[in-house]
Design a binder for this molecule. Structure first.
Ligand SMILES: NC(=O)c1ccc[n+]([C@@H]2O[C@H](COP(=O)([O-])OP(=O)(O)OC[C@H]3O[C@@H](n4cnc5c(N)ncnc54)[C@H](OP(=O)(O)O)[C@@H]3O)[C@@H](O)[C@H]2O)c1
Length: 209
């Protein structure tokens, strides 16, 4: 059976909200479901005819219920430093158990074979990608570059006094705004042919400082 409903997990967050807004331009509200820990935070979706289901990645039973009748799930990576291993494992395995067909997971871009580890972030991304690929679900992995909005975390809050540490020289990155990523995510959710693929979503030009 081909299930047409799409659930956005993380819809009360910044990229999630923008993804829903872009998605509404191409598919009707009654095909969109949002997952919220707190329904009050999703009120502006409910008033526009989007179904809000309450669930928490730490509460497996709530996810099973939220996924009923859903075909595709956009799983936006949870906050760093909050046991993303358990949260994403629950979100993926509950999707499988509930009969979801396709999970799209947002990961942070990294160079193939890179030994770079951001504790609690890159390791849980690798784990989540492996869990999803082994789950038997159709998967799409979206690699996010640094968000343009968080560049200050790279060059620091006092660059004139302390200088810029990274990226520098030949180390480059291609940041993108959350809205641009959300638009790309909405296209991937609304169109066919993205099963079992990994996409690097990035800016058009790599820059250093
Ligand atoms: N590439 C980058 O530069 C970069 C920078 C920062 C973060 N990130 C990653 O990108 C993700 C999305 O970014 P964003 O700015 O949209 O983040 P955000 O605004 O913090 O949104 C995170 C979303 O996850 C939800 N969430 C957190 N814990 C949950 C749980 N236990 N159960 C269910 N939902 C839960 C939040 O729900 P509530 O509204 O209830 O809190 C919110 O909807 C982040 O979570 C992080 O993994 C990437």
């Amino acid at each position: 059976m081909n299930k047409s409903k799409i659930l956005i997990a993380g819809a009360t967050g910044q990229i999630g909200r923008k993804t829903v807004e872009h998605l509404l331009k191409t598919i009707p509200a009654n095909r969109i479901v949002v997952l919220a820990r707190d329904a009050a935070k999703a009120e502006n979706f409910a008033t526009r005819g989007i179904e809000v289901r309450v669930g928490d990645y730490f509460d497996y039973g709530s996810l099973l219920k939220a996924y009923e009748g859903i075909g595709k799930v956009l799983l936006i990576g949870s906050h760093g430093f909050t046991d993303r291993f358990t949260q994403h494992y629950n979100a993926i395995t509950a999707a499988r158990q509930a009969g979801v067909e396709h999970v799209i997971y947002t990961s942070i871009m990294r160079k193939e074979g890179s030994g770079l580890i951001f504790p609690e972030i890159t390791e849980s991304d690798v784990f989540s990608e492996q869990t999803l690929k082994a789950s038997g679900l159709a998967y799409t992995i979206l690699f996010h570059p640094p968000f343009s909005e968080v560049l200050q975390f790279y060059y620091g809050f006092t660059p004139y006094e302390k200088g810029i540490l990274l990226p520098e020289g030949s180390g480059k990155m291609s940041p993108v705004t959350r809205d641009e990523l959300a638009e790309a995510q909405a296209v991937i959710l609304a169109t066919p042919g993205h099963e079992n693929k990994t996409y690097l979503l990035s800016g058009s030009e790599a820059i250093s400082f």
